[in-house]
Design a protein. Structure first.
Length: 94
């Protein structure tokens, strides 16, 4: 899974039936310090995320199709959670 921040949305008036009822969002992967890293991704939103939210992105087709309960859906990346908080323990700290 990938941590990412939602940076925008994509409007599509024509799309496959499997995508109907879901938003398409643009996300930017982030590290644990919330700094951007890597390339942006276009993802299907299943959790009602919005711009600015930190989300969990599953970037693997078979898992994304399992979430949709559709074995033939043409999808790779899907949002599966909205992050409430990130807590880390730095090495050497107690």
């Amino acid at each position: 899974m990938i941590l990412a921040r939602v940076i925008g949305h994509v409007v599509s008036t024509m799309k496959l039936d499997v995508f109907k009822g879901h938003k398409l969002l643009l996300v930017k992967p982030i590290d644990i310090e919330e700094k951007p890293k890597g390339k942006s991704l276009l993802v299907l939103d299943t959790v009602q995320a919005g711009v600015g939210d930190i989300v969990l992105v599953m970037d693997e087709g078979n898992s994304a199709r399992t979430v949709l309960d559709n074995t033939i859906a043409p999808i790779r990346s899907i949002i599966v959670g909205i992050v409430d908080e990130i807590n880390t323990i730095q090495r050497g700290e107690k």
